[in-house]
Design a protein around this ligand. Structure first.
Ligand code: G6P
Length: 614
């Protein structure tokens, strides 16, 4: 979703901001813009619908220099994606400029009041209202930029990360945050402010994460943090570990393909220091301190959105099966609004790659307010959910740039597996010998993912050719393979724009079977050892109606392999760990189909990587 990059220092700000905006492209956006502060006090704003490359072309035709500036990629909420609605927005007196992520919820009433005072608006955005409000308050009381911003924000309802400039204070950037992330990179006589660390790491590893209700006043040689009550706050400088190579394509055509191929390593990384089969232990540090509370709880609720919700469904299966603790999985957006029954001592876990998804964040906050103990399973280090939760575990998958989540999914499932094993062992719901057996099997998973990647690529490319012109697809699975079916269908629709649905295989008869004909591919995740015969029947039922079956089966499987049009074989593993293997061919299938259809795999239309608005 929207991205902010701002610079205040001694170098030319333009290339730094443009490169930063490119680093943020993965978040999803539909227009881009920037403004630099130049010494003659004139605001030259450049905005363009479309990609950052189009903004660059516009900039090439102009002479743009300055050592301070703000840039933005916009994902439209209020008003269409076009040049006028793109950020930055400027005040009526052309003194102030602003970039903003989030939504000003009371913008309509503010706009009305400002119009009565003579303000005229050019765009349809809530953001333009905010910069006019700051202008009004500043000129009315002749205030400094920081004062005007601080007072204006006290009148705003909603979520924001903002950076503002004032031509009359040519050295000063003011930033503020509520619910939308903002990171400040600290260089030598320079600061880079961005929505996440990716535009910052090639300049500095030292960062300050702005907290909710904080303002920052940034000059080239100083950074001050203030509360909304104008009290100076201490700086907490942190070192980020992210390496530059991890946010570059490394020879792959798309980040998604790179990330699919990173999974043997990322899944192994998620296990590091957390499990050892020969010594017989599994231990997530974040869980260990609270384990008694968790094994004695009446219920665990898992919340998430999109792919993270699918991981949660697999987590439910694992925790219930191994640790015998009741688990509920909820869409974070539903959880927060349906007044859920949460009692003191309940456990609510948020699953999130970005750690910034607005609905997941809000669900966790309300669970906390209701007295739950909260836990985060998060990828992005230092993100809002990671900081809000009472405890948690990072998945350590490294930056995920492709909008369609792949390595974060397997990382989340891996953490939830360790969590289930740890709870089961401590609770005594599995025997010591079974625990060890499972640990040994789990340690083999990264090598088996590697095997799937090496063996199935060519076959899947061939199947993709066959399916690329389909308009619909059905994904079916039972038990823990049902969430895998959902995830496979989501991957396909996200990046290839083919309509796809995931269903529990047994539900096929209650509706989807009506859709089956020779044009309907059915992707069946059929690795189950239990209910195997029933899955064979599902294949027969589809074939009897002329459907095309693509089955994911375990090596050595014969019946479905013969019945199906295509059978993709994955290595044998413990039944409960198979989602970590069966999802890999589904990721590859979507990828190849999307490439054949000429789609932009990494930045699918309308989607955002990190959904920071409701
Ligand atoms: C967006 C992304 C999905 C992601 C979902 C949840 O919709 O496009 O890939 O699964 O948000 O994001 P999170 O960062 O909370 O896992």
């Amino acid at each position: 979703m929207c991205g902010i990059v701002a610079y205040n220092g001694t170098k030319n700000a333009l290339p730094i901001i443009v490169k930063g905006l490119k680093r943020l492209e993965y978040r999803g956006y539909d227009s881009a813009g920037l403004v630099l502060q130049n010494q003659d006090g004139d605001l030259k704003v450049f905005k363009k619908k479309g990609k950052v490359a189009e903004l660059e072309a516009l900039l090439e035709a102009n002479d743009v220099v300055g050592t301070m500036g703000i840039g933005h990629t916009r994902w439209a909420t209020h008003g269409k994606p076009n040049d006028v609605n793109a950020h930055p927005h400027v005040s009526g007196n052309r003194r102030l400029s602003l970039v903003h992520n989030g939504i000003i919820e009371n913008y309509a009433s503010l706009k009305l009041a400002l119009e009565k005072l003579g303000h005229v608006f050019e765009s349809d955005t809530d953001t333009e209202v905010l910069i006019h409000l700051i202008e009004e308050i500043q000129t009315r009381d002749n205030l400094s930029l920081i004062e005007a911003v601080r007072i204006s924000l006290s009148k705003v309802i909603g979520a924001y990360a903002i950076v503002v400039m004032d031509v009359q204070q040519p050295n000063v950037l003011v930033a503020a945050r509520k619910s939308s992330p903002l990171v400040i990179g600290i260089g030598k006589n320079e600061f880079i402010i961005a929505s996440d660390a990716t535009p910052i790491i090639e300049y500095t590893k030292k960062v300050v994460y702005l907290n909710d209700h904080q303002l920052a006043v940034i000059t080239p040689d100083d950074l001050q943090l203030l509360s909304m009550e104008n009290v100076k706050m201490p700086l907490s400088i942190q070192e980020i570990e992210m390496e530059l190579e991890r946010i570059e394509k490394g020879g792959y055509d798309y980040f998604m393909m790179k990330e699919i191929h990173e999974q043997p390593v990322t899944v192994r990384d998620s296990m590091l220091g957390r499990l050892n089969a020969s010594e017989g232990w599994a231990r997530l540090g974040g869980l260990e301190d609270h384990i008694n509370r968790i094994i004695n709880t009446n219920r665990i609720t898992l919340v998430g959105c999109g792919t993270s919700w699918h991981s949660a469904l697999i987590g439910e299966y694992l925790i219930e099966k191994l640790a015998r603790i009741p688990v509920e999985v909820e869409y974070a957006s539903e959880f927060r609004y349906r007044n859920p029954v949460i009692n003191e001592g309940d456990i609510v876990m948020a699953i999130s790659q970005s750690g910034e998804t607005a609905d997941t964040m809000a669900a966790l906050k309300s669970a906390k307010e209701m007295g739950a103990f909260t836990y985060g399973v998060v990828n992005v280090v230092g993100s809002s959910i990671a900081r809000l939760a009472d405890a948690g575990s990072y998945i350590h998958a490294g930056p995920e740039i492709g909008v369609a989540s792949t390595k974060a999914f397997t990382g989340q499932v891996s953490i939830l597996t360790i969590l289930a094993l740890q709870l089961a062992h401590r609770k005594g719901t599995i025997s010591e010998s079974r625990f060890r057996e499972l640990l040994y099997a789990f340690e083999q998973i990264p090598a088996k993912i590697q095997e799937v990647l090496e063996k199935s690529g060519e076959q899947i490319k061939y199947i993709a050719e066959e399916l690329k012109d389909s308009t619909n697809a059905l994904y079916l699975g039972r038990g823990k393979n049902f969430p895998v079916a959902l995830e496979g269908a989501l991957k396909l629709k996200e990046i290839s724009y083919i309509h796809a649905e995931g269903y529990p295989a047994a539900e096929m008869k209650h509706g989807p079977i009506a859709l089956i004909d020779e044009n309907m591919p059915i992707v069946l995740i059929a690795t189950n050892k239990d209910a195997y015969e029933k899955i064979v029947s599902n294949v027969q039922e589809v074939k009897a109606r002329g459907g095309k079956v693509i089955a994911i089966v375990t090596e050595g499987e014969k019946t479905i392999t013969e019945l199906a049009d295509y059978a993709i074989h994955i290595p044998e593993t413990e039944d409960i760990f198979s989602p970590l293997l069966s999802v890999i061919p589904l990721q590859l299938l979507s990828y190849y189909i999307a490439v054949l259809r000429g789609c932009n795999v990494d930045q699918p239309r309308n989607l955002a990587k990190s959904v920071t608005v409701e």
